[in-house]
Design a protein around this ligand. Sequence first.
Ligand code: SF4
Ligand code: SF4
Length: 339
Amino acid sequence: MAYKLNYVEADDILNKLQNEYKIYAPTRKKDKGSFSDTDLITYGQVNSFAEIEFNEKTKYSPKDIVFPITQTLFYFNGDEYIEAEEDTDKVIVFLRPCEVNAFKRLDKIFLENGPEEDIYYKRLREKVKFAVIECTEGFDSCFCVSMGTNETDDYSIFLRISEDEVFCEVKDDSLTQVFVDQEEVEFTPEFIQENEVAVEVPALEDITTDLFESEIWKEYSKRCIGCGRCNMSCPTCSCWTMQDIAYKDNENLGERRRVWAGCHIDGYTEMAGGHDFRTNYGDRMRFKTMHKIYDFRKRFDIDMCVGCGRCEDVCPKYISFVGAIKKLNQAIKEGKADA
Ligand code: SF4
Ligand code: SF4
């Protein structure tokens, strides 16, 4: 079923949905940007249609809805533990097709990467429905078409936003009752077919082990500063570390938390005894690049990177992920020429 709404009707629908769901969407946080007098565009809970920012790319992705920055897993008391209570809120998140595809990558990591599903992820993920915002032009640095993440059919609602109208396709029967009074129309979702940025991801068989030793990674040892901004803004980076927090008054009492971590950040590969096996920033860039376009594909048959371009947008040293893939392609070509 598809409907045409004006903005007042769209706001009314959003209000009705809030009776059952928390609504998350791209939103503008005034004066919260990295530089003075700039706004931060990021995902957050919204209470009205007017709060949704439809025209700018967010700095961060919506992954923290299912993978919170800090998440208490359980509380301990000597030999006993109590699992942290489940968050029971149901969520609808307004997002773009690449983000839905990013959730699919997170699903692979948390639900299909071993014999056990991650229950802390699963119980949040099961409560999330997608409202996809049509994206036919993309933003600077997006390369979703190259990564094959420009389209999706996994959504409950699909929206096309024009200056004074909203077209909605509703696929989820449990949501149709809030649209009953609306005018039905014919509507076919569209997806972006070409980005300004494009890159060819090398075939698995072309990525040979000698490329792990290639000179191309050395440049990043000088340029990268290991700030980890790329990891934090990436919708598919899903590494964490564990922290046991003992309460001050009794060290047997406390809680275990998982907290975001990132492969570019100092200490990420530090092991017991102090041994650290990836201290060099170039090695970290190689690890991230290969994980996003090689290891993950070998395991799950899809690339981990969804081509959102955020890692490039936020890097203080202007390091481009597309640039890294292009250098890799060049090294492959030169290797073939030398053979
Ligand atoms: S473009 Fe960068 S931030 Fe976006 S998914 Fe790929 S690696 Fe992550
Ligand atoms: S954002 Fe840039 S400088 Fe910071 S860790 Fe990532 S690649 Fe390195």
